[in-house]
Design a protein around this ligand. Structure first.
Ligand code: ATP
Ligand code: MG
Length: 603
């Protein structure tokens, strides 16, 4: 994290027990993967066989499609996969799953790399650089498809999309064999070669696995594996006009990369039989090394008060409900970083929520609490007056300036203290003065005494008002013998404690107070009492007060804050110098999170 704060540690492994960790431990104990070889790069069975035993005990991977920005849910997957590798002496690969030619973009690739690094994870380990692009495997994938044809495990279907859909059957009814299902190997091979040569239009033919049209699992009813798509690919250009289906490509990518545990979200559970079927066929043919990767599913992260669907996130950006992908209110990792959330906070959060197969909705409070806990430990304290009101100490010499000392971190005295200039005119918080005090009010009101934190006890003598009766300045007298840190500090007992900055020295700054983007726990979901036909739109649940910009007075040393420096502003919360708009000399701060939860349980 930023310079004034304590350096963060390397990503911790995930120490809490979870079912995936148990699987890995059992596999290691059984020596399941001990005999794998590793060619030093992805490859077929023959390639790996020529290499040494794999020095990595396990291999996991994080395989994003570079078609959007990563969000909080991806962080869970990243920390799980990289964490397991760290914990068990393995490696985790970052693989761009870029087999779909139409959606990818370099902008997304770059932002994913940044986000994974920001979370403290690395694919560079013990001399290996495990950063891969699935599109580099297209030659292998096409060759494997041809192998399946030659072994009688795949055929070219020439039904159109509607016919295919009609013949697929339903959950309760078996499908029907395609009239093209019994084409000869030679005919299938010829057609597939001509598909690759560009002889046919998109959709004219499709290559399907030949499994069982009456399988109870619809995913095994001859799934499509290669389709014609005349499209330019960002990596392979116009070399291909056929592209593999995701469900065909993904298991092969895992096996080529020697992945031992292929961890994905629950929606892929029904695909696992095909994953296993496909890899078995290819291993039988001697193309892939055994033991084959094992797919393991876990439940995705769902959080209250946010949306984590790519489609909805795109809508927020495109319709300008937010100021971009990195808007500090967005649940993207670029947004989180700009908001001032800490990577270490993500790790603590991930550890706490654990990993399971049960769908659950996690309370946003848990996320914020993890952030608070980490920042409380790591962030230095500073003083900022967010709603400045002038305090004039009438008995303090007009030209005098002295230094008061404030500890940088109450939990870490070794971080020292800093000097804050004290002078006759200060800024205090507007809420720290009441002309007519409410019951129990302990701060400034005429006749009352309170302590200026790290400075003196002052006694309020009155206030000035403008023509509308608004208080524009408060007057007080200080008690010289009560300076903090001197023997007289305790000579006068007071209950109120005020934050202040010297008016002549303070740094005025723009502050962005961010709050939750949505005002209800489940944006867009139906609520109790809704009419049966009512459909809600998540956009109607946007919180109109999710961003408020104010101008504050900061203690002078904050003038030098560098982008991404983060502090606890005493009594207000954790604030970060905005990484886009803040400049030394002219800081702009974002509020990451308040000191305490003000939303209450599920409010
Ligand atoms: P889509 O498939 O709609 O493009 P996606 O969120 O699945 O979106 P991917 O790039 O495929 O995007 O995701 C990469 C990895 O992150 C996958 O392994 C996926 O399982 C995991 N992942 C995505 N969303 C979540 C989530 N909410 N919780 C945990 N893991 C997630
Ligand atoms: Mg996906």
């Amino acid at each position: 994290m930023s310079s004034p704060n304590k350096p963060t540690d390397k990503p911790e492994a995930i120490p809490a027990a979870n079912f995936i960790r148990n699987i890995v431990e059992a596999d290691l104990a059984a020596g399941k993967h001990a005999q794998r070889h590793w060619a030093g790069q992805p490859g077929t069975a023959a390639d790996h066989a020529a290499g040494p035993l794999d020095p990595a005990k396990i291999r996991t991977r994080f395989p994003p499609e570079p078609n959007g920005y990563l969000h909080f849910g991806h962080a869970k997957s990243i920390l799980l996969n990289f964490g397991l590798a760290t914990q068990f002496g393995g490696r985790c690969h970052l693989r761009f799953d870029d087999t779909n030619p139409e959606k990818e973009d370099q902008e997304y690739v770059d932002s994913i790399i940044d986000a994974v690094h920001w979370l403290g994870c690395t694919w560079e380990n013990a001399g290996e650089t495990n950063l891969y692009q699935a599109s580099n495997y297209f030659d292998w994938m096409a060759a494997f498809a041809e192998y399946l044809i030659s072994a009688g495990h795949a055929y070219v279907d020439s039904q159109n999309a509607d016919e295919m859909r009609a013949n697929r059957g339903t959950l309760t009814q078996p499908g029907k064999d395609s009239p093209f299902r019994n084409r000869s190997v030679a005919e299938n091979m010829d057609l597939f070669k001509r598909m690759q040569a560009g002889e046919f239009a998109d959709g004219a033919h499709i290559l399907r696995a030949k499994i069982d049209m009456s399988a109870p699992n619809i995913n095994l009813r001859d799934p499509a594996i290669y389709r014609i798509r005349h499209a330019t690919h960002h990596n392979t250009g116009d070399k291909w006009c056929v592209y593999p289906m995701y469900t065909f490509a993904h298991p092969i990518e895992d096996a080529l990369e020697c992945i031992t545990h292929s961890i994905c979200t629950l929606e892929f559970e029904d695909q696992r039989p095909f994953y296993d079927w496909l890899l078995e066929r290819l291993a039988e043919g001697g193309l892939l090394q055994r033991p084959l990767p094992q797919q393991i599913e876990f439940s995705r992260l769902n959080l209250t008060y946010v949306v984590l669907s790519k489609r909805k996130l795109i809508q927020l950006v495109e319709e300008k409900h937010v100021e971009g992908w990195d808007d500090p209110r967005m649940p993207t990792l670029v947004g989180a970083r700009r908001r001032g959330y800490s990577a270490e906070g993500f790790r603590l959060f991930a550890e706490r929520i654990g990993v399971s197969k049960h769908d659950s909705l996690i309370d946003y409070v848990l996320f914020e609490d993890a952030m608070r806990e980490v920042m409380n430990e790591s962030d230095q304290r500073r003083i900022a007056v967010l709603d400045p009101l002038k305090l004039i100490i009438d008995n303090y010499p007009e030209d005098q300036v002295e230094e008061c000392f404030a500890p940088n971190h109450p939990l870490h005295p070794e971080l020292g203290q800093r000097a804050m200039p004290f002078s006759r005119e200060l800024w205090i918080e507007g809420e720290d003065f009441m002309e007519v005090p409410s019951k129990g009010y302990r701060r400034l009101f005429p006749g009352n005494m309170a302590r200026l934190r790290y400075g003196y006890v002052v006694k309020c003598t009155g206030c000035d008002k403008d023509e509308n009766g608004k208080v524009v300045a408060v007057h007080a007298e200080y008690l010289p013998e009560t300076r903090s840190g001197t023997p007289g500090a305790d000579s006068v007992k007071v209950k109120g404690n005020l934050h202040w900055v010297s008016a002549a020295h303070a740094c005025p700054a723009e502050i962005r107070l961010y709050d939750r983007l949505f005002k209800v726990p489940a944006p867009g979901a139906r609520r109790e009492g809704d009419a049966p036909d009512l459909e809600r739109n998540f956009l109607d649940d946007l919180n109109p007060e999710s961003k408020r910009t104010i101008f504050a007075q900061l203690e002078p040393c904050l003038r030098d804050a560098k982008p991404e420096d983060r502090f606890q502003f005493e009594r207000h919360g954790y604030f970060v110098a905005d990484r886009v708009d803040s400049q030394p000399g002219k800081p702009v701060f974002n509020r990451a999170v308040t000191l305490k939860d003000s939303w209450g349980k599920g409010a």
